[in-house]
Design a binder for this molecule. Structure first.
Ligand code: URA
Length: 268
């Protein structure tokens, strides 16, 4: 293990410890435990879901239920497994009855997600579904417009590529949605290997780009649902936590090899 591994793992561990008894929002009342996140602290690819469900709340790990099984399968199809990536959620405690997280809950919890991004410094952040996408992709465009498309962004002071896909739960019982998700996942590999150089102009409008060689799939059923107004963009980080434009800390001095940027691309 390199010093970098150790530092990142230790920083995540320290953050996990500070959140173990978190009561910053009402979700703490119904949780079994905080579901902090899991995976490789050195991951180049980070997934961000919505929030823990029943099984995640019980087991303390994200995406261990049916949606998690599908996520594992999708990862396997591109030659990755959970140990290669890092998985976290927008909110770290289970919303009762699996309801949507509220804007207040997201605002309270998102600084912790930003700190995880700051520590891990992923090359690609794949947002799973509309809540993570709304929070991180910095756009009001819906999932139908931007799933499977990439955008260079700076999150928590980290230069990264945000890549929205539909939530695996939307594909569990709908084969058409699953095909869309598989097609979008297929783009992750070239994106990880070549950064934005893997992207080529798309067809949906000016400034949009698609991964070369991958055709645009049809919008899945989730796309028909109205976008929930999460409204957390620009949320101020509470004292002692890290916001979108997080200050540079000791970890931030070390960086991954630069992304290949042949063009400056707002991709959606
Ligand atoms: N769905 C999510 O968004 N996150 C989980 O951890 C599990 C299911």
């Amino acid at each position: 293990m390199t010093a970098t591994d150790t530092e990142r793992a230790q920083a995540l561990q320290a953050l996990r410890a500070t959140l173990a008894g978190c009561s910053q929002c009402g979700l703490h009342k119904g949780r079994t435990q905080v579901v902090f996140g899991a995976g490789n602290p050195e991951a180049a690819l980070m997934f961000v879901g919505e929030g823990p469900g029943f099984h995640e709340d019980r087991q303390g790990e994200p995406f261990v239920g049916q949606a998690g099984k599908l996520l594992n399968e999708l990862l396997g199809r591109i030659g990755l497994n959970r140990a290669d990536v890092y998985i976290a959620n927008v909110v770290k405690c289970r919303p009762p009855e699996n309801r949507d997280p509220t804007p207040d809950e997201i605002a309270a919890c998102s600084p912790h997600l930003m700190r995880q991004i700051e520590i891990i410094r992923p090359r690609v952040v794949c947002t799973l579904g509309r809540f993570a996408t709304k929070l991180l992709a910095g756009t009001d465009l819906g999932m139908t417009a931007i799933h499977g498309k990439a955008k260079a962004m700076t999150l928590a002071g980290v230069d990264t590529i945000v890549f929205p896909v539909f939530h695996p739960a939307a594909a569990l019982y709908t084969p058409a949605n699953r095909q869309v998700l598989e097609a979008d996942f297929a783009k992750l590999r070239p994106l990880l290997d070549r950064g934005l150089a893997a992207m080529s102009p798309g067809t949906a409008g000016a400034g949009e780009y698609m991964t070369a060689g991958v055709t645009e799939p049809e919008a899945p059923a989730e796309a028909a649902a109205p976008e929930a107004p999460v409204g957390t963009a620009g949320v101020e980080a509470p004292a002692g936590t890290t916001g979108l434009e997080a200050p540079v800390d000791a970890l931030a001095g070390r960086s991954r090899p630069p992304l290949q940027r042949t063009e400056q691309l707002p991709l959606w």
